[in-house]
Each structure stands twice: as C-alpha cells, then as structure tokens.
Design a protein around this ligand. Structure first.
Ligand code: MN
Length: 480
C-alpha cells in the first residue's frame, strides 16, 4: 500500500536522527493519520499521503525533527478538531508554533478575495522574519500540491501556477533551494503554457539524447584524471531545466549557443581540490574566458558557492563545468536548510541569525515589512524590489551587492552605509564618472565619491531610487 511505502521512505531519510527523534516523528505520523482518517484527497487517495509527502520533501532537505513533525501535522489545526494547546502538550511549543504559523497563512478572513490574497501573500513572505521554517514548510506543501495539480480544475491549476511563479519561485531562489525552484518552474510552465511546455520538453529530451555521448566521455575522462591525482570525487551530468530552456529560446537563443544548457557537476572533498580540478578541466578542454566565475570566494547573495567554467567539450559542444565541495553542493540543492543539523540545539536561532548576517534580501524584506502598512502596497514593493530582475554590482573591495534592476548609485551608496549616501556627491562606475541618477548594470564596479561639504540628499533623489532603504534614509535626512 502506498502509505506504507511513503512511511518507509520517510524513515529511511531520517536514519541520521536519534531514536528519540524518530519516535517523535512516528508519533506525529500516527496522530496525523488518526486525525485525517476520514478525509480523502481529490485524487481519491487517503489524505495522509499529502502531509506524509510534505514530510518526505522536508527530510530530503535535512530539516530538523520539529520541522518534520510540523510537516506531518501542518493541516491538522485547519482541517481537524485538534487545538494548538493539545499540540504543545503532545509535542512541544516549537512544533505547535510552526503548525500554527503555516495555518494562519491560509486562515485570514477579509471582505474580498483580493484583500485576502494580499494578506495571505504578505503573511507567507513576512513569516521569513519570524521563523524561516514556516516558509520552508509552505514551500514543501506547495511543491507537493503542484506535483498533484492534475486533479484540480483548470482554473485552480492556472491560479496556483501563477502564484507559484510569482511568490514561491522567488522565495526558493532567495533561500538558495535550486532543486525546488527548478521543479516548481517546470510544473508551473506545464499548466500555464501547456503547448510551449510540450514543445520544449520534446526538445529537452532530444538534447539529452544527443549530448549523452559528449557528457559521458567527459565524465569518464575527468574522473580518471581525478582518481589518478587521488582527489576524492563524484561527477554528475545535468541538462538545464525545461523552464530555463524555454526562457532562453523565447529570448531568441539557439540551443547550441546556450552556454549552460549542458553541465557537468564535479564534487570534490575540499576547496584546494576544487582549484586543482579546475586546472585539470582546463588542461583538457578549451575554456571560454568570459564565462569563468569564482563563486567560491565571491558567493552569490543566496550563499551559492561553486566554480563555473564553460568549456568546449567532446564533439565541440559547450559544457558548463561546475566544481564545488560536497558541502557546497548540499547548499546549492537545498539552500539555507542545509545549514540544518538535527544535532543543533536551536535550529531556529541559528537559521534566523544566518539569514540576518549572510542573506542580503533579508534586511530589505524586513525593512519593506515595517515601512508598508497596507498589504497591497507591501506586495507591490516586494515584487518591484525583490521578486524582480536583479543586478549584481561590485564594491571597490570586490564584495557583491544585489540590487533591483534600475537601481542607481544612490541605492548603492545607501546600501553600503547611511553616511556614505548622505555625503555622496558623485559616483565612478568602472572607470568613468557618472551621474548619480544613472542606472547601474550587472557587474559594474562602483565607487561613491563623498565630500564633507555635501548638502545631503535632495528630495528629488527619491525619484531616482528603487530601494525602500534608500528612500527611507533620504526622507529621514530631510525631516531633520
Ligand atoms: Mn497542505
């Protein structure tokens, strides 16, 4: 029976937990199974399959025990008789708060559907600032719902897919969970544009077939060289996801020109061996200089770390080689969650701290959340500032700063420090002096010129900014 198979899968994934934790996970399963026993999914299957599948996704993400329990119980407060107090009593306040947090998102009551949607979306996004695990459970919930969307009406399919693209895909990106992000994208495209999806899927299959020889040859060759050098390694091949391919094609690219259509993912034991591996790859295959990226020493703003180099592989096909350690690969697949460790004493504190320190979007999000009282305005701002195309620019120290597309040196200056913004009189981008109102572009190197004689920001600066942070600081200065 399918339920038993899934239960076994969850237990297999949980083999790293101690016995006490496994017993608690089993207890959460039994309780959820009991509470949902009279419910069926639209597919006709027993309801428990849904929370069980959500828990499996969470266990693949190496979630902590409380999160897995909350995943199993995530629909019980809403759909069954149990209360939050009983959950505290049966488990602990953490589990109860997580289930409550997930439930509150869908329970808000508003006069119009539109208002309720705004409030819901805000609740999902802003719960990151309370406990990011609420969002991660919602992501797992959404992923399983998207996987089983075929049983819903066409209207619901389109509505859910659109919301997934607008809200959940950017959230998955921000916490660095690439594996979940690309699955959500493919599933959404399938319902939003069925014809285009079919066509791209066929091409995708053909690309995979055609490139098999090239990728296998390279894999065997590189593996042998790494083994000879006694570098512990694992190599995987990958093709860009269907949505990614679809976007490139609609942008006018030809499949053979897409530099990361085909990838080899090489995982090794430590950082030194990443660079040794890079040398080995370049000595065998001719690299394209402009496509080399060192994200190990310049991590992406969502903490993704890897070396990227696109080379001419076998059959002269372009192959993007990604070289990273096994640990970095965990972060690349599941993002923030891979910092989770079931032996960690206080996963919530640790994760919220990590978010605050290392993830640039977190500060912007917290600021937008406090600045905008109105739900609709909040969502507009998040979409314009965070869930939009981004640019990545460099400070003179080589740090990467993430800004919404259309940002100016003013946004940049305030992101670095309020004093720098307040005393700026000009900017140098790459090697040229530019107007502080000029739009910045990807990979620009920016230096802000300040002066102690600066008059401070004029009110007209506000129209030439994209970020809530800069606008707020300019307003604050002018109030004084
Ligand atoms: Mn659910």
């Amino acid at each position: 029976m399918e339920v038993e198979v899934l239960k076994q899968e969850l237990l297999n994934n949980s083999s790293n937990y101690n016995e006490e934790d496994i017993n608690e996970i089993l207890k959460a399963y039994e309780l959820a199974n009991d509470l949902h026993s009279s419910q069926k999914r639209q597919s006709g299957e027993p309801y428990i399959i849904h929370p069980l599948s959500v828990a499996i996704i969470l266990s693949e993400m190496k979630a902590d025990k409380d999160t897995i329990c909350a995943g199993l119980l995530h629909d019980t407060l809403e759909d069954t008789e149990i209360t939050k107090e009983e959950l505290i009593h049966e488990f602990n306040p953490n589990v109860a708060n997580l289930v409550d947090g997930v439930t509150k998102i869908s329970k808000l009551n508003f006069s119009s559907k539109q208002d309720r949607n705004y409030a819901n979306t805000r609740k999902i996004i802003s719960s990151i600032t309370e406990d990011v695990r609420i969002v991660i459970i919602k992501l797992a919930d959404r992923l399983h719902n998207m996987r089983t969307l075929e049983y819903k009406s066409e209207f619901k399919q389109k509505e859910n897919s659109l919301e997934t693209m607008e809200v959940f895909v950017p959230l998955a990106y921000y916490i660095g969970a690439y594996r979940i992000k690309s699955e959500l994208e493919d599933l959404s495209l399938q319902y939003l544009k069925p014809d285009e999806y079919k066509r791209t899927e066929e091409l995708h299959r053909k690309v995979e077939e055609d490139s098999k020889h090239c990728l296998t040859e390279m894999l065997i060759n590189i593996q042998e060289l790494l083994d000879n050098e006694q570098i512990p390694n694992q190599i995987k091949t990958r093709t860009k996801n269907i949505y990614g391919l679809y976007k490139k094609l609609s942008g006018g690219h030809k499949p053979e020109d897409i530099h990361d259509l085909l990838s080899l993912k090489i995982m090794v034991d430590d950082i030194t061996n990443c660079y040794r591996t890079l040398g080995i790859v370049h000595s065998q295959y001719n690299p394209i200089n402009s496509k080399f990226k060192d994200y190990i020493y310049n991590p992406k703003t969502n903490m993704y770390r890897s070396l990227h180099t696109t080379v001419f592989g076998e059959d002269d096909r372009l192959v993007q080689t990604q070289i990273r350690t096994f640990d970095m690969d965990d972060v690349a697949s599941f993002g923030l969650t891979s910092y989770w460790n079931q032996n960690m004493d206080n996963p919530r504190e640790k994760m919220q701290e990590d978010l605050k320190e290392k993830y640039q979007f977190f500060k912007s999000l917290a600021e937008i959340n406090t600045t905008f009282g109105d739900n609709q305005e909040f969502i507009m701002q998040v979409k314009q500032e965070l869930f939009t195309d981004k640019i990545y620019v460099y400070t003179t120290k080589g740090d990467i700063i993430e800004l919404p597309k259309g940002s100016t040196p003013i946004d940049f200056a305030y992101r670095i420090h309020t004093d720098i913004g307040n005393s700026m009189i000009g900017a140098i981008v790459n090697d040229d002096k530019v107007s502080i109102y000029d739009e910045l572009h990807n990979k620009d190197r920016v230096r802000i010129i300040t002066s102690e004689f600066s008059m401070g920001p004029g009110r007209d600066w506000i129209e030439n900014t994209k970020t809530t942070h800069a606008r707020r600081k300019i307003k604050e200065f002018n109030k004084k």
